[in-house]
Design a protein around this ligand. Structure first.
Ligand code: ASP
Length: 418
């Protein structure tokens, strides 16, 4: 195993041990350690990698688009990407719903809802998000780290670079050098990952508290089972069937990125590492990886969808409500939209859950019950979220290669070489 991967794994293990120990020390000691050591170290690490996200997404999408042969290829990749993202998210939701019905984590009477209060935050409007994809000011899009808008600007720049060719060779070269600088910085920042991972997991475990985890164990296990099933069945079938590769090798190679997603709880934040891992260890071409993965980190959240499905049924069970078939369909529809609208940063999936609950008439206060353990689950679902993006990139890359080979063969045939 790669040296750094080993170090991060050890750090995560030690972080779990430290988090458990923190549950047995006095509140004073926990607060002091958390405020002065764990949170600052975790925060520094998160910001170190977040600092690279906007330039990496902008540069790599411009270069990726510029390297595509024609706009038709861009359209084809875009179409396939969206189709994959939507269908796997729908499957994730069905898995979550089925598991919640079978396991019944929220069996009536176990939970006391009298003191549950939760004020639904303002969920970002999906319509505004999608319609606002073209920014009126590219600089403010970057300043706000609005990923969809940055993707749009970068695609336009890439198309222009491809069309203008030699005329803009200087700018193209500059972006390539910018990309080298960014990849170098990702490597440097990754040296701090073990410390960041340790601090983040210890703080999350300490915050959730052993008692909180115990009472929510069934809910947590239902979500964990959903995440494992989705990775083990849905993605594995896709990797094997469509990508013609071994899922085990795929997961082994992508594992370091999953660990970073686990420690940061942020798909967007992990983007620099997940793209580098996909390109270097899974062999995905730069042009496909740099288009498919940033888009996925923004709109494709299968882990979040599983949490939203389980949480909805859990809350319905706790409050003794039954959902009919049409309401369940509504859950699939709104949770798909909610996971698209979830930004790839910690905790947003839970805010978007209020939208799903409101849509089917369930009490939003139910969120108060799952709040305490959400940070831990966020770590796990984020690891699945970025795996979905890499799976999609892998499959599309293989199918594009096949297409190219066919085109090459055809042109050889027409030229009479074969
Ligand atoms: N933290 C998740 C992500 O970044 C989003 C969420 O479910 O809150 O992928």
């Amino acid at each position: 195993m790669h040296n750094l991967t080993k170090k991060i794994l050890i750090a995560l293990f030690l972080g779990i041990v430290a988090g458990i120990v923190l549950n047995f020390v006095s509140n004073n000691i926990y607060n002091t350690l958390n405020n002065f050591v764990l949170e600052p170290v975790g925060h520094l690490f998160l910001n170190l990698i977040k600092m690279l996200v906007v330039p990496i997404v902008f540069i790599s999408i411009s270069l990726g688009t510029a390297s595509l042969k024609d706009p038709v290829q861009l359209g084809r990749i875009g179409g396939k990407t969206i189709a994959f993202y939507l269908s796997t998210t729908a499957i994730a939701l069905v898995i979550g719903l089925l598991l919640a019905y079978v396991i019944q984590p929220g069996e009536e009477g176990i939970f006391n809802t009298d003191s549950a209060t939760y004020k639904a935050g303002e969920a970002p409007s999906i319509k505004d998000n999608l319609l606002g994809i073209i920014p009126d000011n590219p600089i403010s899009a970057m300043a706000d780290a609005n990923m969809l808008q940055i993707i749009a600007v970068a695609v336009f720049l890439g198309i222009a670079l491809a069309k203008l060719g030699d005329k803009t060779a200087g700018l193209h070269k500059m972006l390539e050098q910018g990309n080298d600088v960014m990849m170098f910085l990702v490597n440097v920042v990754m040296y701090t990952a073990p410390y960041g991972a340790f601090a983040l997991i210890a703080s999350a475990l300490g915050e959730a508290g052993m008692r909180g985890i115990q009472s929510m164990l069934m809910y947590m296990l239902t979500i964990i089972a959903g995440l494992l099933l989705h990775a083990g069945i849905t993605y594995s079938i896709a990797i094997k069937g469509l990508g013609k590769a071994s899922p085990i090798t795929f997961y082994k190679n992508f594992f370091p990125a999953m660990m970073v997603a686990f420690s940061t709880s942020s798909s967007s934040g992990t983007l620099p590492i997940s793209m580098r891992t996909a390109q270097e260890r899974l062999g995905i071409s730069k042009s496909v990886s740099s288009f498919v993965q940033p888009l996925g980190a923004t709109i494709n959240m299968d882990g979040t969808a599983i949490m939203q499905a389980v949480a909805t049924i859990f809350i319905a069970q706790v409050y003794g409500e039954t959902l009919g078939f049409s309401q369940l369909m509504m859950v699939v529809l709104t949770a798909t939209l909610a996971s698209i609208g979830t930004a790839g940063v910690p905790g947003v999936g839970l805010i978007m859950l209020s939208m799903v609950l409101q849509q089917v008439g369930l009490p939003v206060e139910g969120i108060a019950l799952i709040l305490g353990v959400d940070r831990l689950l966020d770590m796990l679902r984020t690891a699945l979220n970025i795996t979905g993006d890499a799976t999609c990139a892998y499959i599309i890359d293989r199918s594009e290669q096949k297409k190219e080979n066919q085109i090459d063969q055809k042109s050889m045939e027409t030229k009479g070489y074969l």
